[in-house]
Design a protein around this ligand. Structure first.
Ligand SMILES: NC(=O)c1ccc[n+]([C@@H]2O[C@H](COP(=O)([O-])OP(=O)(O)OC[C@H]3O[C@@H](n4cnc5c(N)ncnc54)[C@H](OP(=O)(O)O)[C@@H]3O)[C@@H](O)[C@H]2O)c1
Length: 287
């Protein structure tokens, strides 16, 4: 059967990579975006854009009409849990056969990390709805380094993480798992924890960035309060506080496990930090 797959967050980090990968499969790809301007980016491609804001249930319901499978992602904001729960409810009402939700490694309603709590609460609601679902729980995205490209270009990678190891993963591998799950059979009911191929210290990540650009990058272990001050005004407070909780969780060594999920689901080994650094060398190189 020829299926229609709806991708939310189609302009975002994972969603845009997923849309590209789905174009290589025998499915109709519907990309949910927030504006006509964002829809225009798909002009001339095989992707059908649909304009809907997650806070507009009528528009989301219309976007879901006739959809077989859907990929659900939102940014981690104060509204994320409500937005995701409503989307899942509308998907169940629309008769979507398979919902794939982007979650996070170690999602747990009892976690001290707010992101992990809301993800687990959404997972629970989706289970209650009885809609067939797959939960993707990736570890820290290597692409997060791109948000720190300014200081990295100046030779410094700042994070409040000490020498803790994190099995950070390339977003392209998260998207590859999502594409396999959305186009193949047998993934309903699964929860996939998605990691990179190695547990790395930030000093090792900094060294890989330096190797790729030919200019040394030093890791600087900043106290959480200093990191917090750097985030204030850059991110909304709720998100900045959540990121600090995330880093405290990494610093406790709770995100160091390496799992074979990418290889098992996609048939391909996950990308290394050296590959990530090489592929994004331009962003990390001073002009
Ligand atoms: N970063 C990490 O290291 C990491 C690790 C594990 C899990 N995660 C999880 O990954 C998720 C974020 O994924 P991502 O990086 O792919 O997201 P992202 O790049 O932040 O993209 C978010 C997408 O959502 C869209 N969006 C925002 N508000 C919307 C609304 N009201 N209605 C419709 N669309 C809306 C954005 O559209 P616009 O372009 O219009 O803004 C964008 O396409 C979070 O749940 C986080 O917990 C992140």
């Amino acid at each position: 059967m020829h299926e229609t797959v709806l991708v939310t967050g189609a302009t975002g980090t994972t969603g845009s990579a997923l849309v590209e990968l789905l174009l290589g499969h025998d499915v109709s790809v519907r990309a949910m975006v927030r504006s006509d301007a964002a829809a225009a980016r798909f002009a001339g491609s095989a992707v059908t854009p649909v304009v809907a804001d997650l806070d507009d249930p009528a528009a989301v319901a219309a976007a879901l009409a006739g959809v077989d499978r859907a990929y659900l992602v939102t940014p981690s904001s104060e509204r994320a849990q409500a937005q995701q729960v409503r989307f899942a409810e509308l998907a169940a009402q629309a008769g979507v056969a398979h919902l794939v939700k982007l979650s996070q490694l170690a999602a747990d309603e009892e976690s001290p990390v707010r992101f992990l709590r809301y993800h687990a609460a959404v997972e629970r609601r989706i289970r209650e709805l009885g809609i067939a679902a797959t939960f993707l729980r990736p570890n820290l995205f290597l692409q997060g380094m791109l948000a720190m490209a300014g200081p990295i270009r100046e030779g410094r990678l700042f994070a409040p993480i000490g020498d803790a190891r994190v099995s950070a993963v390339d977003v392209r591998d998260v998207a590859a798992v999502a594409a396999a799950v959305l186009t193949g059979p047998g993934h309903e009911g699964a929860t996939y924890t998605i990691t990179g191929p190695a547990a790395l210290t930030h000093a090792e990540i900094a060294a890989a960035l330096g190797d790729a650009t030919g200019r040394p990058v030093a890791f600087v272990d900043v106290p959480p309060a200093v990191f917090a001050a750097q985030l204030r005004g850059v991110l909304p407070d709720w998100q900045a506080d959540g990121l600090l909780e995330d880093y405290a969780h990494y610093a406790r060594g709770e995100a160091a496990a390496v799992l074979p999920t990418v290889q098992e689901v996609t048939g391909r080994a996950p990308r290394t930090v050296a590959e990530f650094a090489r592929d994004h060398e331009a962003a990390f190189t001073p002009v």
